[in-house]
Each structure stands twice: as structure tokens, then as C-alpha cells.
Design a protein around this ligand. Structure first.
Ligand code: PLP
Length: 369
């Protein structure tokens, strides 16, 4: 039996007819760039999240970047985030002109440790970007309290947390804005590239709408220097169909995670994901921790089980960020867990047989080491 890390084809098979009709519809109406299919999705997505506005853009990276630009963050400013995230979080900060400042994470949730934020705040700090890593919301209550005390914006990187909850409220709705990615492999994935910002702040929403459309509020009258960051119509239509299944798919991911948890419990030297009791984890990634991670992954691959690593190198140790002069040892928790992460196959369509197979092969690999 082969178990892929991700199986987008399996999901397509379950919604093929609806998707094909939706795409055909966009083509018939030639509504390719922005337009009514994007607006319709924006309305549905803001309602799903429980926020006033959603703005569809080209990617999650762009969503983060536009949030910072829309808030007026730029050169000379500092933005606090975590080192164990996808590079896009830091890229968005850098491309706004600001400087990323990292704080270490909590060893259980792998999310921003609120206790470490205040010592990273300087007179230049403008915003905090907590990342809801793997589908679990960061500890937002203390983060919001610190931001309020110091007059800082909070922009949530919710790119892995569509539908995740914290104390009954959805990811992306705690800060002034939340950024989402609809990269195909995400819990809500487009059939191409797409992203969105959710916010309750009308002024910010309007600024981002202008930014994503070449700085024009009226065609060919450009008040600011913007960008082409529109979502395309086909993605809007596909996402509108898929959004209706998101809660069901997230529930299946949770069920799969609990099956993994129960079967992996008690294996020596293996750490299963921790779900904080404050929220609802949506398991975009099901990451375990083991020693000799590379060895485990290659042996599992030989046995037909494909795994991933999210992410092999924390951002402060990436060559791209060598100019920050942050050396190994600076963020010990992020560095430690990063070396041990193995992402097991995780998607809603994963079957019980597949999960049992993954666990059996993993036990075999660990016993052989
Ligand atoms: C996927 C992702 C992004 C970027 O989204 P894209 O749509 O790929 O640009 C940003 N941050 C995190 C944490 C992500 O997982």
C-alpha cells in the first residue's frame, strides 16, 4: 500500500461535477480577473470567519504584505513574528520595508510564546504577526493584551488555519486583520494560487482593495502606487464551492489526527501533536517529533509512506536572512523542534486503512533503528 503525503485528486473526485460546472460558468461569463465570482466568495468567506470584510488577493504572501502596507508599515519599522514558519511571513515583512524581529515559540503548541514578546518590543515595533502553525491558533488572549498595552497592530498569519478556533472564535478575527492562503494544499485550497484578508476595519479593507488594484478606486485614476494583486475569477468560483465543505473536511482531519494520536500513544521517543484546550485545531499539518528525522523519513519512503518537513530550517538560519546576523542558539525551542519534525500524511480523504498502514510502517522503522 502506498500512502501519499497529500492527495488532491481524491478530493477532486468527491466534488468533480460541482467544480467543473463552476469553472465552466466563469468561462461562459469571461469573468477572469476579479469580478463577481471573487465578490461572491469574499462575501461567503467573511461570513464563514465571522468578520465584516474579506478581500480576495493573489496569494497568502500577498495577503500578508497588503495587510502591512495597508497599515502604513514600512522602512524603519519592526514587526515581531516567529522563526518557525513558512518563509512568506518574513518575506511580507521585508517587502513592506520593515524588519522582521523573531521571538521563540512554546514547546507544546509550536506557536508564539506570549511571555517572550515584551522583551522584543522596541520604539520601532509596529505590529505582531502570530502564525497559527499547522492549524492551531496561537494563544491570542495574552498576545492581544500585550499589543493593546504597547499600541501595536496584530496581523494573524492564518494561512494554515482556515476554520480553526480559539475560545469559540475563528482564526483571523482577533487582530486588526487575518491573512489566509488558498494554495492548493491548504485546508481550503484553490485550483491555482489565491489568498484573502479578513478584517472588521472598513478603512483598512478599502485601502487593501485599492492596493490590490493598482492604487485605483476609479479606473485609470491612481491615487497611490498599488500592485496587481487581484484574485482570479476561476479561483473565486472554485473556492465558493469548496468553502461549503470546509467544516466537514476539517472535522475529518481532526478525526484522522485523533486516530493517529491514539495509535501512536506510548511509542518511546515520539511526540504527537498537542491540542491546547483553548481551541479547535484543524490539522493542516499533522507533525510528530522524532530523533534522527531524516533517517525516519527516508525509511518510510522506502516503505511507500510519503512524509514532509514543515519546515527544515527556521527563518533566522536561512541564507536569505543572514543579514540579520542571528546565529544558531538564538531561538532554542524553534531550532530544537524544527530538527525533529516529521509531517505524516494528512488530508480529509485519508482512510483508516491508510492511517493504520502509516502507523505500522512507522513502528517498524523506529524499531529497526
Ligand atoms: C502557505 C503559507 C503562506 C503563504 O501563502 P501562499 O498562498 O503560498 O503565498 C504564508 N504563511 C504560512 C504560515 C503559510 O503556510
Amino acid at each position: 500500500m502506498k500512502v501519499p503525503f497529500l492527495d488532491l485528486k481524491a478530493q477532486y473526485e468527491t466534488i468533480k461535477e460541482e467544480i467543473n460546472i463552476a469553472i465552466q460558468d466563469v468561462i461562459e461569463h469571461t469573468a477572469f480577473a476579479g469580478g463577481p465570482y471573487v465578490s461572491k466568495f469574499e462575501e461567503a468567506f467573511s461570513e464563514f470567519c465571522g468578520s465584516s470584510y474579506a478581500i480576495g488577493v493573489g496569494s497568502g504572501t500577498e495577503a500578508l504584505w497588503f495587510c502591512l502596507l495597508g497599515l502604513g508599515i514600512g522602512p524603519g519599522d519592526e514587526v515581531i513574528t516567529v522563526p518557525n514558519t513558512f518563509i512568506a511571513t518574513a518575506e511580507a515583512i521585508s517587502f513592506s520595508g520593515a524588519r522582521p524581529v523573531f521571538v521563540d515559540v512554546d514547546e507544546k503548541t509550536y506557536n508564539m510564546d506570549p511571555n517572550l514578546i515584551e522583551s522584543a518590543i522596541t520604539s520601532k515595533t509596529k505590529a505582531i504577526i502570530p502564525v497559527h502553525l499547522f492549524g492551531q491558533v496561537a494563544d491570542m488572549e495574552p498576545i492581544m493584551a500585550i499589543a493593546k498595552k504597547h499600541g501595536l497592530y496584530v496581523v494573524e498569519d492564518a494561512c494554515q488555519a482556515h476554520g480553526a478556533e480559539y475560545k469559540g472564535k475563528k482564526a483571523g478575527t482577533f487582530g486588526v486583520a487575518g491573512a489566509f492562503s488558498f494554495y492548493p494544499g491548504k485546508n481550503l485550497g484553490a485550483y491555482g494560487e489565491a489568498g484573502a484578508i479578513v478584517t472588521d476595519n472598513l478603512e483598512l479593507a478599502d485601502r487593501i482593495r485599492v492596493l490590490r488594484d493598482h492604487g485605483q478606486a476609479r479606473k485609470y485614476y491612481h491615487n497611490i502606487i498599488g500592485w496587481n494583486g487581484r484574485m482570479d475569477g476561476i479561483q473565486g468560483a472554485v473556492l465558493s464551492v469548496k468553502l461549503r465543505y470546509l467544516t466537514t473536511w476539517n472535522d475529518k482531519r481532526r478525526k484522522n489526527a485523533y486516530l493517529y494520536n491514539s495509535m501512536l500513544k506510548g511509542i518511546d521517543g515520539l511526540v504527537t501533536p498537542y491540542e491546547a484546550d483553548y481551541g479547535k485545531h484543524v490539522y493542516h499539518i499533522y507533525a510528530i517529533r522524532v530523533k534522527e528525522r531524516e533517517n525516519v523519513i527516508s525509511k518510510l519512503a522506502e516503505r511507500g509512506v510519503s512524509c514532509g518537513i514543515h519546515y527544515p530550517v527556521p527563518i533566522h538560519l536561512q541564507t536569505a536572512y543572514s543579514s540579520l546576523c542571528l546565529i544558531e542558539g538564538r531561538f532554542p525551542i524553534a531550532e530544537k523542534v524544527t530538527k525533529e519534525f516529521v509531517s505524516l500524511p494528512m488530508y480529509p480523504e485519508l482512510t483508516e486503512e491508510q492511517i493504520k498502514h502509516v502507523v505500522k510502517e512507522l513502528e517498524g522503522v523506529l524499531a529497526s533503528m
